[in-house]
Write a protein that binds this ligand. Structure first.
Ligand code: AMP
Length: 278
C-alpha cells in the first residue's frame, strides 16, 4: 500500500504531487464500491491519482440533505489507500469558494441543466459544474473519471469541459450495483429495510425497458412503466433519450433514465440500450 497524503489547499496539493500526469476522481465521500470502481479505472491512467472529498454546499437545494449527508472521512481514507490513491484532496469551503458562497461566479449549465434532474432540483447542476470547474482549476488533472450512475451530470461535465476549453479528458465508468440490481449510492444508507426492497423497482424497470429495446421507444417506456406502476415508489421521471440527452433515434443507442422517491430518499438510475429501427 502506498503512503496516502491528505492535502487541504492548493499549496499542499502542489507539494504532494510529482511532475507526472494527474488523474482526478471527484467525490463527496461516504465511499462505496462504486467510487472504488472509479478509482481503479483511474489508477492506471496517470502517474498521480487524486481523489477529492468535498460535500459541495452549492449543489444542494433548500430542504435537501446537505447537513445530513453521510460523512465517513476516516473510513474513506482507508478505502482510498487500498485503491492506490496518492493524494486525497479534502478542501474547506473557504478553499473552494474563496470569494464566498453568495453572489459569486458560477457556471451556467445551459439548457440541459434544467431538464430531468435539473427540473426537479433547480440550481443543482449550476453547483455541480461550478465545483467541478474549481476542482479542475485546483488539481489541474489530465484526466477525470465520473460515474455513469449520475448520467446527466456526466453529459454536462463533458459539455462544460468542451465549452469552457478546460482540456481535461473526461471519462465515464459503468454503474456499480448490489447483487439485486440496486445502484450503489451513498444515499442508500437512508433506506429502511422495506424501502431498500422497494428501491429495486428502479433497476427492474430499467432492465424491463432495455429488454423491450428491439421494439422501439414506446415499447421501452411502457415496459418500464409497467414495473413501477405497482410499486410504492413516487416516480419523478422516466425518460428515454439519445446518449446526449436529446430525442431518441430509432436504430441508435439510447439512454433510459429514472428518478423516484422511495420513502424520504430520492434515488436515480439509468441504463444504456440500442433501439430497434422499427
Ligand atoms: P458522489 O460522491 O455521489 O458525488 O459521487 C462521486 C462519483 O462517483 C460520481 O462521478 C458518481 O457518478 C460516481 N458514482 C456514484 N455512485 C456510483 C455507482 N454506483 N457506480 C459508479 N459510479 C458511481
Amino acid at each position: 500500500m502506498n503512503d496516502l497524503i491528505i492535502a487541504r489547499t492548493r499549496e499542499e496539493l502542489t507539494a504532494a504531487r510529482d511532475d507526472g500526469t494527474v488523474a482526478l476522481v471527484p467525490t463527496m465521500g461516504a465511499l462505496h464500491d462504486g467510487h472504488i470502481q472509479l478509482l481503479k479505472h483511474a489508477r492506471p491512467l496517470a502517474d498521480n491519482l487524486v481523489a477529492s472529498i468535498f460535500v459541495n454546499p452549492t449543489q444542494f437545494g433548500p430542504g435537501e440533505d446537505f447537513e445530513e449527508y453521510p460523512r465517513t472521512f476516516d473510513a474513506d481514507l482507508e478505502r482510498c489507500a487500498e485503491a492506490g490513491v496518492d493524494v486525497v484532496f479534502a478542501p474547506s469551503v473557504a478553499t473552494m469558494y474563496p470569494t464566498g458562497l453568495d453572489s459569486t461566479v458560477m457556471v451556467d449549465p445551459g439548457s440541459l441543466g434544467s431538464v430531468l434532474e435539473g427540473a426537479v432540483r433547480p440550481g443543482h447542476f449550476r453547483g455541480v459544474l461550478t465545483v467541478v470547474a474549481k476542482l479542475f482549476g485546483l488539481v489541474r488533472p489530465d484526466v477525470a473519471v465520473f460515474g455513469e450512475k449520475d448520467y446527466q451530470q456526466l453529459v454536462l461535465i463533458r459539455q462544460m469541459t468542451q465549452a469552457l476549453c478546460l482540456g481535461v479528458d473526461v471519462q465515464g465508468c459503468p454503474t456499480a450495483r448490489d447483487a439485486d440490481g440496486l445502484a450503489l449510492s451513498s444515499r442508500n444508507a437512508y433506506l429502511s429495510a422495506d424501502e431498500r426492497e422497494q428501491a429495486t423497482a428502479l433497476s427492474r424497470a430499467l432492465r424491463a425497458g432495455a429488454a423491450a429495446a428491439a421494439d422501439g421507444t414506446d415499447a421501452v417506456l411502457s415496459a418500464a412503466r409497467r414495473v413501477v406502476a405497482d410499486e410504492l415508489i413516487d416516480l419523478d421521471y422516466l425518460a428515454l433519450t439519445d446518449p446526449d440527452l436529446g430525442e431518441p433515434v430509432p436504430g441508435q443507442d439510447a439512454r433510459l433514465l429514472i428518478a423516484a422517491r422511495v420513502g424520504k430518499p430520492r434515488l436515480i438510475d439509468n441504463i444504456g440500450l440500442t433501439l430497434g429501427s422499427g
